[in-house]
Design a protein around this ligand. Sequence first.
Ligand code: SUG
Length: 445
Amino acid sequence: MQEFEANFDGLVGPTHNYAGLSFGNVASKNNANAVSHPKQAALQGLQKMKALADMGMVQGVLAPQERPDIYSLRRLGFSGTDANVMAQAYKEAPHIFLACCSASSMWTANAATVSPSGDTADSKIHFTPANLTNKYHRSIEPEVTGNILKATFSDSNHFVHHRHLPENEHFGDEGAANHTRFCSNYDAKGVELFVYGRHAFDESKPAPSKYPARQSFEACQAIARLHGLSEDSVVYAQQNPKVIDSGVFHNDVIAVGNQNVLFYHQEAFLDAEGMKKELLDKLGHDDFHFIEVSSQEVSVDDAVKSYLFNTQLIRLPNNNMAIIAPKECEKNSAVNHYLTKLINQNTPVKELYFFDVKQSMQNGGGPACLRLRVAMTKQEQLAVNQSTFINDDSYASLCAWVNKHYRDELKAEDLADPQLLIESRTALDELSQILNLGSVYPFQK
Ligand code: SUG
């Protein structure tokens, strides 16, 4: 394989918990205060990574963040020793404390937007970490995300790292969760589809009324400018405000695409016909498959519950496309029926695999949320930090690392245990050696 799409999954961090932090994300709200299982969560994620590596895919891993985030708590006025900061925050502002404990960096589809070298003016791969301004617990991720990306893709001959967009709702950016790239070969010039929820500078335009639209049009444009994308290779499309109000907080909850396939729900876009036409015009050919799922086949509600579209659509070495779906899709009869039918139709999608990522699903994170895609050439792959790739050895050491450091379960009150901070820092210090990252965390500086 000379050109391919690598998947970099987020490793679930030691404080994985359910705090109900994401208004507009139905699963997060429904599972608020449930007991979490960090060890099981991290192992479920690693099993999916290993399975994709075993299918012949190039699979990498991105390190989690340091939590509880004592630095953010100090910035908000909590003081004293680290243990005092935690105790004071937990007592006086439990919601803020819990936000600073979230392991949400595991959803690396929100880590950054990535433009492959085939699309950019300087023929390098460009990364912009997402600012995630809409949710406080996520807005504290981009700085360290940038450090981790730089330590993973460190060779400046091939990789360009931008600073995240201004931390302001006008430029609310959720990264690759609202970004899809189409192409013939991964190293050829493609078309990048940016999907947004609202126009931040024009309130007369349609917008959802119940739940927030996290991604702005202006943020999409800024990323396209930073990455040096030409106008004839970018399409902007607005999400249907109605589906955002039904719990579709990112476009990757209602659509997924790869190469010459876009798999999406009938109600996903405000103007699906306009988007399709522009996409085909800009691709310059019509060897393309729009796989549209109608509301009769699968309702938006079932799509949100099962995460039918938060599946990974991957190109296997045998050239088939495969759908990597959560087990919840197998259990939902309408969705299972649809998927079984789909792989027997005349499209490139021929294989279907179900994975148990329930610990992540209960926070609204399916298989596609857990990975950041980086299309690359063999030469670019050699320039990546090699310790971050998953193979038999790295899988075994990462599983051993999780088994050594992670707790079996966590409740809200456990997060205030100062020992958890020590455990978490010890674990991350060891992980940065396993992954050869250098010093990426504030506690290491
Ligand atoms: O940002 N959940 C994440 C889920 C992100 C899913 N990513 C994509 N669709 N690409 C979010 O809403 C919940 C955390 C909590 O409630 O404890 C959370 O942050």
